[in-house]
Design a protein around this ligand. Structure first.
Ligand code: 3DU
Length: 212
């Protein structure tokens, strides 16, 4: 049984609020990222707070420790409940993100293996497994692993164990189905297949039921 996270990659406050309101009651969290925040500013977090579900900032943080900490301060200061970071900058950068998240009462998820075809160049295989081990050692709350490669997500689950969460993108527009990964993960991340649907609430409802 997996939660449903909406990847709200729309532009502008009006569209974001429209989709979030339309999906009310069908989502377990909303994931925001650069497309939305660059078009609205971080104030969008307060605008989405009416949804009364956690807002997770997918900023795929990838910098030196000090910069990572400063980014976390802004994200959690704006009202986010969680942040998604990269791990490839190394254990000190990752620790800065995890620690800053926890200092602000938030959670930190670590990208280990990405869902798109190009992930096979760097963000997969042994690199992904090393990053999963690093995420566990850093005390991260969870990892991001691909619904498009369920066998890889199963392998990463084996590395992190059951005490950390896995959120999994790639369902819908990227071709994966909820049934592919739901037994390995704590949440599926769905973007276009919901926010581009003629009836986003109905689409979200269907994904939520299928993820259960
Ligand atoms: O393909 P969708 O429209 O369902 O959106 C997927 C979301 O998940 C999108 O925000 C993207 O930036 C994010 N994501 C991946 O797609 C793949 C990853 O490995 C990590 C994050």
């Amino acid at each position: 049984m997996a939660d449903l996270l909406l990847a709200l990659d729309v532009k502008g406050k009006a569209e974001a609020v429209r989709v979030a309101a339309a999906c009310a009651g069908e989502l377990d969290a909303i994931k925001i990222g650069y497309p939305l925040v660059l078009s609205t500013g971080l104030g969008i977090v307060k605008d989405l707070a009416k949804s009364e579900i956690p807002i997770i900032a997918d900023f795929k943080v990838a910098d030196i420790p000090n910069t990572n900490s400063l980014i976390c301060e802004e994200v959690f200061g704006a009202g986010c409940a969680g942040i998604i970071t990269h791990a490839f900058c190394g254990s000190d950068s990752l620790a800065a993100c995890v620690d800053a998240s926890h200092d602000h009462g938030g959670v930190c998820f670590v990208v280990c293996e990405m869902s798109h075809p190009g992930a096979l160049d760097f963000l997969s295989g042994e690199n992904a497994e090393r990053m999963a081990r690093m995420a566990k050692a850093a005390g991260a709350d969870g990892i991001i692993a691909p619904a498009t490669r369920p066998e890889r997500t199963a392998t990463l689950r084996g590395i992190i164990g059951s005490s950390m969460k896995i959120y999994s993108p790639g369902v819908g527009a990227q071709g994966a189905q909820p049934e592919d990964v739901k037994k390995y993960v704590d949440g599926i991340i769905v973007g276009r297949a919901i926010y581009e649907a003629a009836d986003p609430k109905a689409a979200a409802h269907e994904f939520r039921v299928r993820a259960r």
